[in-house]
Design a protein around this ligand. Structure first.
Ligand SMILES: Cc1cc2nc3c(=O)[nH]c(=O)nc-3n(C[C@H](O)[C@H](O)[C@H](O)COP(=O)(O)OP(=O)(O)OC[C@H]3O[C@@H](n4cnc5c(N)ncnc54)[C@H](O)[C@@H]3O)c2cc1C
Length: 437
């Protein structure tokens, strides 16, 4: 089969990977000059650093299979180690050290209401990790019963501020009053995992992906922006219109998979299927800005490697890039306050100055020299899904059936984590090729 995948982020890469395993011949269309999307990297003082998704959970089974096939890169420990300012006291939150102490601390942060509400969800995920993806059987039930509420009203304020917000702000870029209980399982599963990262980063993995072997073939078409998708029922093919260096082109395929964020797919289908486009636009995305700075000396200690900030700050999180990189700092700006201050037009220098000012009282920043930094602003950085999300996806899929041989995957299908992108990609490949596994 000749198959096109639109979008060269990790969802598109995962789709191409699974298609290749099924002996398909794949064209991967990417509008930018390089694949990677939100796992993209940048060079800082001669070293590649990752701006987006980089932390890999121990339960990321599909991603780890992919990495193994790509050349089996080394992972290094990242851990789960952060802190938070509560009533002017710095409270550490970690999975390192005594397990019972960490558990008691987490329960005290949740409060009694939080423990009672979250415990059944935690148990469901620990029993079956598949329940910790977006729209799983268990969380569809939760959505049916509770998605008339937001997370902020579903739980009491103590749990919302101390436990839920730090998670939604990092994974969805959204405040708890912009997220729904039925979708929280995909975040909870991440909080129940512990993390590693690729020793040589995502850039090196993407390099290995380009040269990976397999039964089928993958042609990577960078700088090719897809502008239309339509089906040709007589020929039994799906046509793609694209622009490459300003020159339009058309190509026909047996099947096509969109691996675009919902909003981008909405734009693509605007003319052809306006109904699908309108539904896709109901899925929320929020901006995120990330800056990575290198300092002359260590900023963090091994025992305290990150800090979360509350809704009064535009900086949501500051952390060491890795356990062996305590002088390389990643600043993440997301949430309502960040949105009100930082935009596409903000100066990177002003944004990092702001981050340093907020973090300086807690870490060795002022006495350190900043040697260099890189910055990226993503207008549609993080997906926050929608209320009763699974019902919306069912409606979208019914509309997408209007293009026969077409399927859609992406961060809005099974969750935003890299592993969830692999799960969704696997399902879309099953859909277009028939269940050959
Ligand atoms: C700051 C940040 C930190 C994160 N941290 C983690 C983490 O530590 N661990 C984790 O598991 N997850 C993390 N995530 C989540 C994860 O990285 C993302 O959900 C995931 O990378 C999304 O991949 P995607 O392929 O679905 O979308 P994208 O990466 O957005 O890919 C879509 C691609 O399509 C291309 N495109 C757009 N329009 C067109 C067109 N018309 N034609 C052709 N191509 C087009 C884009 O250029 C892009 O490359 C993080 C995300 C962010 C933003």
């Amino acid at each position: 089969m000749r198959i096109a995948v639109i979008g060269g982020g990790i969802s598109g890469i995962a789709s191409a990977f699974y298609l290749r395993q099924r002996n398909c011949s794949v064209d991967l269309f990417e509008s930018e000059e390089q694949i990677g999307g939100r796992i993209g990297s940048h060079k800082l003082l001669g070293r590649w650093v990752d701006f987006g998704g980089k932390n890999i959970g121990r339960h990321y089974r599909r991603f780890r299979d992919f990495a193994r096939t790509c050349g089996d890169p080394d992972f290094e420990y990242f851990g789960f180690n952060t802190s938070q300012l509560i009533n002017s006291r710095v409270i550490g939150i970690s999975k390192e050290g005594a397990k019972s102490f960490n558990m008691l601390r987490m329960m005290s942060l949740c409060g009694l209401d939080g423990v009672l509400k979250l415990y059944p969800h935690v148990r469901a995920i620990l029993k079956d990790r598949e329940q910790g993806v977006l729209c799983s059987r268990y969380f569809r039930e939760i959505a049916h019963k509770n998605d008339h509420l937001t997370l902020a009203t579903y739980l009491k304020s103590r749990c919302v501020n101390q436990v839920i917000r730090p998670v939604t702000i990092r994974m969805n870029g959204a405040e708890p009053d912009e997220c729904y209980p039925g979708n929280f399982g995909s975040n909870l599963a991440l909080a129940l995992d512990s993390y590693e990262q690729l020793k040589h980063g995502m850039h090196s993995l993407l390099h290995d992906f380009r040269t990976m072997g397999g039964p089928g073939s993958i042609r990577i078409l960078e700088g090719h922006r897809v502008t239309s998708v339509s089906s040709d029922p007589d020929a039994g093919t799906v046509s793609i219109g694209y622009l490459h260096r300003g020159v339009p082109g058309v190509a026909a395929y047996d099947r096509v998979i969109s691996a675009l964020p919902a909003l981008r797919l909405a734009q693509l289908l605007e003319q052809n299927i306006p109904e699908a486009s309108a539904l896709l636009r109901r899925i929320s995305y929020y901006p995120v800005a990330v800056s990575i700075a290198k300092y002359s000396n260590e900023v963090f200690s091994k025992e305290r490697r990150a800090m979360l900030f509350d809704q009064s700050h535009p900086l949501s999180n500051v952390g060491a890039y890795g356990i062996n990189d305590l002088g390389l700092v990643r600043y993440t700006f997301s949430g309502r306050m960040s949105r009100s201050i930082i935009s596409e037009d903000s100066s990177p220098e002003e944004v990092i100055d702001l981050g340093e000012k907020i973090a300086a009282p807690y870490f060795s920043i002022n006495e350190n020299r900043r040697e260099g930094f890189v910055y990226r602003y993503l207008a549609e950085g993080l997906c926050a899904y929608s209320s009763r999300h699974h019902l919306l996806l069912e409606k979208i899929d019914r509309e997408l059936e209007k293009i026969s041989g077409f399927a859609a995957t992406g961060d809005y299908r099974r969750g935003a984590s890299i592993e969830a992108c692999f799960s969704a990609a696997y399902e879309s490949v099953d859909k277009v090729t028939g269940n050959l596994s």
